[in-house]
Design a protein around this ligand. Structure first.
Ligand SMILES: O=C(O)CCC(=O)C(=O)O
Length: 311
């Protein structure tokens, strides 16, 4: 019961003012009566027409972005189709020696116990323990492309490292890392070795980012003024399975080579395939970026997201 008590989260928020205070200006802008520490969810925005609020237009063109100009025609075509498909693939983004450095860093941080596994097989926020890892995520050329794709200001929010497949069921990141207006999140996945059918590829549903954003209301998990919703995460996963069946959309699997990059839209349905051969590892790293111009929060726990540098 205590885990559902909104007050407990608000108390936690209260002591993280520096990472949350920027929201008060955004709440005011959107006419939301909330303090920086208040619980927040999609229900609070349900009556605001987000299309009227955000200027969706891009002011630049891909040809002005250095990392795009450096790519071969296959990578360029994939990036060009990001809006249409909801993802793009940059093959050979990092060379093997950079990948080796990342893997060595993770090994050392694990050995020194500066990082460890959480939620089963996830290593969370290793970027906070290593400048090298932070610089990979904060790379200025990559960020220029991400700003373009997110149509805003992509701010590195989180990293997750895996040594084995996530095996995570199909989901949209927007249930975990949500924004108002919607769409202000990007996932960036880096293969730190060859990853195929045997060792837990990622999967995705092309164009699924154009489906509605499925939120707490869609699986009756809104809760009330005092408590969070009482549905478990499997209820969300089941709802997504039903939507996929109803829509008849098709899954694709990304067979990655070491150093390949996969970038996905806030609402793309994706997940991790079963890791069939556990004699093999599946080393990968995910970075999540929020658009810092939007309200960023976590729909399930109704918490505003802690952004280190605010806006
Ligand atoms: O690495 C994977 O298998 C999936 C990761 C994922 O779904 C995520 O980080 O949102």
């Amino acid at each position: 019961m205590i885990r559902r008590l909104k007050l407990a989260y608000e108390l936690y928020n209260y002591f993280h003012k520096n990472e949350l205070i920027h929201n008060e200006e955004l709440y005011k802008k959107y006419g939301i009566d909330k303090k920086y520490f208040s619980s927040i969810s999609s229900e609070d925005f349900s009556k605001i027409d987000s299309n009227e609020i955000i200027n969706k237009g891009r002011t630049n063109h891909l040809d002005e972005i250095s990392i795009f100009k450096e790519q071969d025609s296959i990578n360029k075509e994939s990036i060009n189709k990001f809006d249409e498909n909801g993802y793009c693939i940059i093959k050979n983004y990092l060379n093997q020696s950079s990948v080796d450095q990342i893997n060595k860093t993770i090994d050392e941080l694990l050995k020194s116990k500066e990082i460890n596994f959480k939620y089963g097989n996830k290593i969370m926020f290793a970027i906070h323990k290593s400048n090298l890892l932070k610089q990979i995520g904060d790379n200025a050329s990559l960020k220029q492309l991400l700003d373009y794709l997110i149509i805003g200001n992509a701010q590195l929010f989180q990293s997750i490292n895996f040594l084995y497949g996530s095996e995570q069921k199909t989901h949209s990141d927007s249930i975990h890392m949500t924004t108002f207006p919607h769409g202000g999140l990007l996932g960036v996945w880096l293969a730190l070795e060859d990853i195929g059918i045997e060792n837990g590829s990622i999967h995705y549903y092309p164009k699924s980012h154009k489906l509605p954003y499925y939120m707490n209301r869609d699986y009756n998990n809104m809760g009330n003024r005092i408590l969070l919703g009482n549905k478990g995460y499997t209820a969300y996963e089941r709802m997504i399975e039903n939507k996929i069946r109803e829509q008849g959309i098709q899954k694709e699997i990304f067979e990655a080579k070491s150093g390949d990059l996969f970038i996905w839209h806030a609402n793309l349905l994706h997940g991790g395939e079963p890791h069939l051969n556990k004699d093999k590892t599946r080393k990968s790293m995910v970075f999540h970026y929020f658009d810092s111009r939007r309200v960023c929060y976590h729909e399930i726990t109704q918490r505003p997201a802690l952004l280190k540098n605010g806006i």
